[in-house]
Design a protein around this ligand. Structure first.
Ligand SMILES: Nc1ncnc2c1ncn2[C@@H]1O[C@H](COP(=O)(O)OP(=O)(O)OP(=O)(O)O)[C@@H](O)[C@H]1O
Ligand SMILES: [Mg+2]
Length: 307
């Protein structure tokens, strides 16, 4: 690739300090990294050197300190503190692969693989959730009040009959309000899960994922749950999921760290194929043999990148 080509993603002078109670844990001290399109870069570093932290910041899963540097994507600063914009960046431009797969156990292989495609461009807004709570609460309160009206007027024995009735109505209305809100939220969530399951089976969304899973040798496992798969198979599903939205950059955090050497090589060969087809990869590892698959190796040491 020509040296003059503009970077696709950059971390510029990134600083990150975690705060553990009163203890400050400085991790990144001005780390800068620049990756060209179609490059495969490995970030090597000792355990605890901040590799995952750096990867998470580059992918919008975490933020640097205030005024702690920038992430640039295709020449534009990524707004890492703007909920919806950050989500959009994370979901559309970046694919993540983690050491421990992070598949959803209650979804099957195909559903897991299409998950990224099913994330709405805009999440359920706070206003929508507030409406659900209010409507559920009002319905519940109404039903509680009706139940109070229909209930017997035998009192608690301590208060005059009118006050007993008032208090009973109030308690029933409040109970109904809480139950109503909770029930409506649960129903909305159930509807969302069912919609995801339904859409994941619809041809348009599922076709590309099925093709990728078949290419990865998982065509016969589409409706198996993650717990029924080997580690290597789970990682293939995770890679298929990460590629689901055709991301510009794949970020892989120790993608072979939980696998035996042979299975690890198979996963790296699979990444190599995708890389040769044009995928940009940033891969974190502490294993020089794994890093050797990359075009370029940089080291994270003392919170900075050494090239
Ligand atoms: N959420 C957090 N809160 C506090 N400290 C954290 C947090 N996440 C990471 N750290 C600390 O930051 C340092 C860097 O962590 P990080 O996970 O980035 O390292 P790493 O290089 O990926 O290590 P490994 O190779 O073991 O995965 C560690 O000392 C860790 O304890
Ligand atoms: Mg790590």
């Amino acid at each position: 690739m020509p040296d003059s080509e503009a970077p696709i993603i950059e971390g510029v002078n990134l600083r990150k300090t975690y705060q553990l109670g009163r203890v400050r844990v400085p991790v990144l001290h001005g780390a800068s990294i620049s990756i060209k399109p179609r490059e495969w870069v490995a970030i090597l570093g000792a355990s605890g050197s901040g590799k995952s932290t750096l990867l998470h910041i580059l992918g919008g899963l975490d933020r640097p300190d205030t005024d702690g540097g920038d992430v640039m994507f295709k020449g534009t600063r990524v707004e890492l503190d703007r909920g919806r914009t950050t989500n959009e960046y994370r979901n559309r431009s970046i694919g993540f692969v983690f050491q421990f797969y992070h598949l959803l156990p209650e979804l099957d292989v195909l559903e897991n693989a299409v998950l990224a495609k099913l994330i709405p461009r805009t999440g359920a807004s706070g206003l929508f959730l507030l409406m659900v709570v209010l409507v559920g609460g009002l319905l519940g309160a109404g039903l509680g009040a009706i139940a109070a009206g229909a209930g017997s007027f035998e009192g608690f024995g301590l208060l005059p009959v009118e006050e007993q009735t008032d208090m009973r109505s109030l308690i029933l209305a409040l109970t109904g309000m809480v139950l109503g809100s909770a029930t409506l939220i649960a129903l909305v969530q159930l509807a969302q899960v069912l919609a995801i399951k339904q859409r994941s089976r619809s041809s348009g969304v599922a076709t590309a994922a099925k093709t990728t899973l078949e290419e990865f040798g998982l065509g016969h496992r589409l409706h198996h749950r993650p717990r029924e798969l080997s580690g290597g198979e789970r990682q293939r599903v995770a890679i298929a999921r990460a590629l689901g939205n055709a991301p510009d950059v794949l970020l892989a955090d120790e993608p072979t760290g939980n696998l035996d050497a042979q299975t690890g090589r198979e996963i790296l060969d699979l990444l190599k194929e995708r890389h040769e087809a044009g995928l940009t990869i940033i891969m974190v590892t502490h294993d020089p043999k794994v890093a050797a698959y990359a075009d370029r190796i940089v080291e994270l040491e003392d919170g900075c990148i050494r090239t």
